[in-house]
Design a protein around this ligand. Structure first.
Ligand code: AMP
Ligand code: MG
Length: 318
């Protein structure tokens, strides 16, 4: 087990030595290392067992630091940044040579974000390098939203877990790129699309892909529990083998199933609360004495789009 603590100085000391530290953000916990140090970046891929074609997001605390790492910030990107940073928004921008190719999997854009978590921001403000920080879980598994989740899976492979409590948002950042005057959403996430549209107008979607290395985080199977997960509409959730199935539901219990096998994402029907609980409840169901997990789709508005996207990938088998 890794040492878990709240001492930013300890985290900083390990990071400056090139070692990895798990850090809290408002989206999910990150497995952080010095993004400018190739050895540190390599260890991130090794510890996560992450394929080298899946690029990393770099994190820092100010736009002026970001200007050291990217060659251009288009006007729409600046508008988005000034409204939503710090926050669950990642921008793909043309990288400067200082960013190792390992970080971007050879792409000429780098993903950057200023996270909205006081502990992360405090740490980042004390570093003169950005942190590469993918979610602190083995590749393909459910992302961690508290320090215990991180310790359970990566605890014996990292130096320190900086504990910042539970992640408020609970799902990963929304990823946006810019090509030929077009604004493209590459990953649905913690920032709602309508907020983006309200600010900069129409945006398009990059279609999901399981093999195109240009669209890595869009792998079809991701965020997955170990147990088979079936995603269904409420009306078609049939109760079979009640003792062998765990249920992930939106706001209402199933009547004919013991409540101990059911988790409600938000009893009041609040999609923000549902996002916040999503990964923790998936883990609880995965750890339960059941053979299958059935999940229902949540309403397709606001964060519901990102939640259903995660459930879809958690249900995919390849
Ligand atoms: P994670 O850090 O685990 O949330 O994953 C980061 C995701 O960001 C990757 O899986 C990619 O989908 C996406 N990403 C990072 N850098 C780029 C890039 N330069 N171009 C396209 N997508 C990227
Ligand atoms: Mg991840």
């Amino acid at each position: 087990m890794a040492v878990t603590g709240t001492d930013i100085r300890v985290a900083k000391a390990f990071l400056m030595k090139g070692e990895l530290v798990a850090i809290p953000t408002e989206t999910v916990y990150g497995l952080a290392g010095n993004a400018l140090n190739e050895q540190s970046v390599l260890s991130i891929f090794e510890v996560k067992n992450r394929p080298a074609f899946d690029p990393l997001i770099i994190h820092t605390d100010t736009i002026s630091k970001i200007e050291q790492y990217v060659s251009e910030i288009p006007e729409k990107a600046r508008t988005l940044a000034s409204h939503f940073w710090p926050g669950p928004l990642t921008l793909l921008l043309p990288k400067k040579i200082i960013i190792p190719d390992l970080v971007t999997s050879g792409l000429d854009t780098v993903a950057v974000r200023i996270p909205k978590h006081p502990v992360a921001l405090d740490l980042l403000s004390q570093l003169d390098f950005p942190l590469a920080a993918p979610s602190a879980n083995p590749f393909g598994y459910i992302s961690p939203t508290n320090a215990t989740h991180v310790n359970a899976q990566l605890g014996d492979q990292i130096s320190y877990i900086l504990d910042g409590g539970e992640c408020e948002v609970g799902i990963e950042s929304t990823i946006i790129g810019f090509e030929n005057n077009e604004t493209i959403i590459y990953r649905l996430g913690g920032l709602e699309i309508d907020q983006i549209r309200d600010l900069i107008g129409e945006v398009s979607f990059m279609p999901h892909s399981s093999s195109d290395p240009k669209a890595p985080g869009m792998l079809k199977s991701h965020y997955a529990p170990r147990k088979p997960l079936y995603l269904e509409k409420r009306a078609s959730i049939s109760v079979f083998d009640p003792d062998q199935t765990g249920y992930l539901l939106f706001d209402t219990y199933l009547e004919n199933v013991d409540k101990k096998y059911q988790r409600l994402l938000s009893p009041s029907g609040d999609l923000k609360e549902a996002a916040h609980n999503l990964f923790a409840y998936l883990r609880e169901l995965d750890a339960m004495d059941v053979n299958f997990i059935k999940a229902e789709r949540v309403p397709m508005s606001g964060l519901g789009l990102a939640i259903n996207d995660r459930l879809q990938r958690a249900a995919a088998t390849e």
